[in-house]
Design a binder for this molecule. Structure first.
Ligand SMILES: Nc1nc2c(ncn2[C@@H]2O[C@H](COP(=O)(O)OP(=O)(O)OP(=O)(O)O)[C@@H](O)[C@H]2O)c(=O)[nH]1
Ligand SMILES: [Mg+2]
Length: 369
């Protein structure tokens, strides 16, 4: 009986506890819904719009057109102009043109790097013609000198860059510091200005900086550069550059090579190999030898060795702006039998001009004669 009472009491306690737990929950359910979230307070502060992040592409430059560049840059030949325009014309217009005067004329041509042989020819012809024609006035003498200088420059030579293959491959070679990389950059601009598309090959793998230098030039005209790891085989980089040119469908591949002295047999052999390996894709249409005009007659010996190794098709004469020896153009062509196709007249990106013999002679002689 006692047990029964105890059980009933326990049951009662449990029932009461259950009700206590459930009722508050029910109550909570019946609470009104919480207020809807209100809009944030309107502020008078100006609305700051988030600008989307723009990644800036390097600006692509529009190179100057190439036509008439030599005329525009004629002032850069000032130092050579002093020898030809002022010096020679001054000598020629002396009252008496005796043997001494002709010798002085000869000396100034040789000093201007025209070369001994060409100088003799020019002076002999001038001497003959001034005598026969009796020319003594400044304009007449200037015209005769201009004709002889022009004839010595072989104006009939084809100086255009050859575009035969697709892509046309151009190899740029020369001794250290002649201006190869700068010239590659300038040529890339010339090509782009004339409507071509270009891939550049950084086959100077001796210095990492060489490829960076080329990449900077390429970036300015939006051209692609193919480069290899430092100390990579230059022939393989050149090969890859042409391969890339084929893949991307550009019409020109321009390959910069490392500077090398013509008397280092191993380096000259390496250059021959670069050309041969590139030719697995097809012929190299242009092999441009870059010569520093300020090196004068020494440059001619370098040039000769290069022509034996890689069959040079054109000369780029750089730094004509820094020398009084503009006559080197005559000597180079004569000695090598290869046309000067381009001339460098400064360090600026568009300071490279297609070589135009008539405009060149005109610039050398100046207009104040
Ligand atoms: N004044 C003048 N300077 C030039 C001309 N062409 C090149 N230079 C300068 O010559 C120097 C050498 O030029 P680079 O293009 O580096 O010569 P590089 O032949 O590639 O040299 P390496 O690769 O070291 O053999 C640079 O300071 C150029 O700015 C030119 O026509 N006129
Ligand atoms: Mg270089």
């Amino acid at each position: 009986m006692e047990y029964l009472v105890l059980a009933l009491v326990l049951l009662g306690v449990l029932v009461l506890a259950g009700v206590g737990l459930v009722v508050p929950r029910l109550r909570r359910r019946q609470l009104p819904p919480p207020p809807a979230p209100t809009a944030p307070p309107v502020s008078d502060a100006p609305v700051v719009e988030e600008t989307p992040q723009v990644i800036e592409e390097p600006a692509i430059e529009a190179p100057e057109p190439t036509a008439g560049r030599l005329v525009r840059l004629r002032g850069r030949l000032a130092r050579s102009q002093n020898v030809f325009g002022k010096g020679l014309l001054g000598l020629l217009s002396r009252d008496r043109l005796d043997d001494d005067a002709w010798e002085e004329i000869e000396d100034s041509l040789i000093t201007a790097d025209v070369g001994v042989e060409a100088t003799r020819e020019i002076v002999d012809r001038l001497r003959e013609r001034t005598k026969v024609l009796g020319t003594r006035d400044a304009a007449g003498l200037r015209a005769l000198l201009a004709e002889e200088l022009l004839a010595a420059l072989d104006p009939e030579l084809d100086r255009s860059l050859t575009f035969k293959s697709k892509p046309t491959v151009m190899l740029v070679v020369g001794v250290n510091g002649a201006g190869k990389t700068t010239t590659c950059g300038k040529i890339a601009r010339v090509l782009v200005a004339d409507g071509h598309s270009v891939v550049l090959g950084a086959a100077d793998t001796f210095r990492a900086a060489a490829a960076d230098q080329l990449a900077t030039w390429a970036g300015r005209v939006g051209a692609e550069v193919v480069r290899g790891p430092e100390a990579a085989d230059p022939a393989s980089v050149a090969y890859d550059a042409v391969k890339r040119g084929v893949e991307t469908g550009v019409d020109t591949v321009l390959i910069d090579t490392a500077g090398r002295l013509q008397n280092k047999v191993g380096l000259m052999d390496e250059l021959g190999k670069v050309k041969r390996v590139v030719e697995k894709h097809g012929p190299v249409d242009e092999t441009l030898l870059v010569l520093d005009a300020t090196t004068g007659q020494n440059g001619l010996e370098q040039a000769r060795v290069f022509t034996e190794v890689v069959d040079v098709t054109g000369v780029v004469l750089t730094k004509l702006d820094g020398t009084a020896k503009g006559g080197i153009v005559i000597a180079v062509q004569r000695k090598l039998g290869i046309p000067v196709k381009l001339v460098g007249l400064g360090e600026g990106p568009d300071d490279l001009a297609p070589f135009d013999p008539a405009a060149f002679v005109d610039a050398l002689l100046g207009t104040d004669a």
